[in-house]
Design a protein around this ligand. Structure first.
Ligand code: CP
Length: 313
């Protein structure tokens, strides 16, 4: 594997290898000395044209824990404000010795553009491109679900697991990558959201629900993944009011009480508390939000290791 651009780049075997490797990396992260020499001499560039807390910091930590050098680039405060293009910015950073470029950009397809032109030779990791994909988020979500269900008879196998993804599906690269990866891993993936926030490609899908109460009742999910309402990508009013959204599609105390005791609650962050998820749900024992963040470091170590050392996959 040269790049990781989409969850669709991974077949079931490759996805499982990466998740198993992430578990090994997690053991390293639990040690007192959280460091491997594996990527000594390699340079990872975090090229972030959009804001990020979790993804940028966990890629930085992942690269450092594998002993790579790390350059963090944020468009704010850079020569991008003087009009420098993605191509020139990437080539400038590669000229300084980058082996891998981790790209976050507001344009869908930007990671493909960087990977499939002769602009740069580095390995490209898509860290979120517009509303398109966020494959390492899907991997860390799958890792969290595997750990969360590991007490079940199914063990780490996600086959047949009922996963309900709720909210702003249209704008969500997290939803897109998760639908692909979790389906590859054999899960039964359902989506739920307002008609205005469901992409036309899914509008006739069998596992589509429009009301959260109906979805909880009919799916009886093992996992509920709440999505952030992405106001920054909305150029129109997609629902009447925030209060209305929270009332119909928000996860709250009363809906939490109707879920199975073991149902896992995921959210990629950052959370709009009180909109798509209330504090009782976000801070409940079912919540996996901080486990997702923790697993993000291990998954990104596994991805960088695989791309830069010619590891498994
Ligand atoms: N989940 C996620 O991508 O979060 P950040 O935007 O903080 O990186």
């Amino acid at each position: 594997m040269k790049h990781l651009l989409s969850a669709a780049d991974l077949d079931r075997g490759q996805a499982i290898s990466l998740l198993d490797l992430a578990e090994d990396m997690s053991d390293v992260n639990d040690r007192e000395v959280k460091k491997l020499p594996t990527l000594r001499g390699k340079t990872v560039v975090n090229l972030f044209f959009e804001d990020s807390t979790r993804t940028r910091i966990s890629f930085e930590l992942a690269a450092k824990r594998l002993s790579a050098d790390v350059i963090n680039f944020a468009a704010k405060g850079s020569s991008v404000s003087k009009g420098e293009s993605l191509k020139d910015t990437a080539q400038t950073l590669e000229a300084m010795g980058a082996d891998a470029i981790v790209l976050r950009h507001s344009s869908s397809g930007s990671a493909y553009r960087l990977a499939h032109t002769d602009w740069v030779k580095s390995a490209i990791v898509n860290a979120g491109d517009g509303s398109h994909e966020h494959p390492t988020q899907a991997l860390l979500d799958a890792m969290t679900i595997r750990q969360g269900v590991s007490n079940n008879p199914r063990g780490k196998d996600l086959s047949g697991l009922r996963i309900l993804i709720v909210g702003d599906i249209s704008h969500s690269r997290v939803a897109r990558s998760n639908i692909i990866l979790l389906s590859t891993l054999g899960a039964e993936v359902h989506v739920c959201g307002p008609t205005t926030l469901v992409p036309s490609s899914l509008i006739e899908a069998e596992r589509l629900h429009f009301l959260l109460d109906d979805a909880i009742r009919s799916v009886n999910p093992d996992v509920v993944m709440m999505l952030r309402v992405q106001q920054e990508r909305m150029n129109a009013s997609f629902f009447p009011t925030e209060r209305e959204y929270a009332r119909i599609w928000g996860l709250n105390k009363s809906r939490l009480a109707r879920l199975d005791d073991k149902t896992l609650i995921l959210h990629p962050g950052p959370m709009n508390r009180g909109l798509e998820i209330d504090a009782a749900s976000a801070d409940s024992k079912n919540s996996q939000v901080l486990n997702q963040v923790k697993n993000g470091v291990s998954v990104r170590m596994a991805v960088l290791f695989t791309l830069l050392s010619g590891g498994p996959s």
